[in-house]
Design a protein around this ligand. Structure first.
Ligand SMILES: [Zn+2]
Length: 131
């Protein structure tokens, strides 16, 4: 009996299959023995989950992708971006490459580089310095 049903995220099945594998999907795949996929999961989606999960490990109950902590919560992603980019110990903000490097050493999430670039590009304090 499978009791876990992931919330529908909308869109067609094709669109869902193309979307990046989610934290919840990988977590379910790695932790459940009898119900490794959501009930409405397509075969292509299952393949994508299996493939992605090869690089994911469960450490202390938290998923790690490629030995880096997988951060799925967007609020937490924002906090990490803020705390690493705004590391004031050096008296200045890190640039894009340094911020990328420092975050990628410890954390992972889908599209993280795009998020970092956007964050650094739009940082109010950095813009003041550039002017
Ligand atoms: Zn900045």
């Amino acid at each position: 009996m499978c009791e876990i049903v992931l919330a529908s995220r909308g869109g067609s099945a094709m669109a869902a299959a193309r979307k990046a594998v989610t934290y919840d999907e990988v977590y379910q795949f790695l932790t459940k023995t009898d119900c490794k996929y959501a009930t409405n999961c397509s075969e292509s989606r299952k393949r994508a989950i299996r493939k992605f999960s090869k690089n994911v490990a469960l450490v202390d109950g938290v998923l790690h992708y490629d030995h880096r902590k997988w951060i799925s919560d967007s609020k937490l992603q924002g906090q990490i971006l803020n705390s690493i980019h705004n590391d004031s110990s050096g008296g200045c903000h890190f640039g894009r490459d340094k911020t990328r490097q420092k975050i990628a050493m410890r954390y992972y999430w889908h599209g993280m580089y795009e998020d970092i670039d956007e964050y650094v590009r739009t940082c109010v304090d950095c813009q003041k310095v550039r002017q």
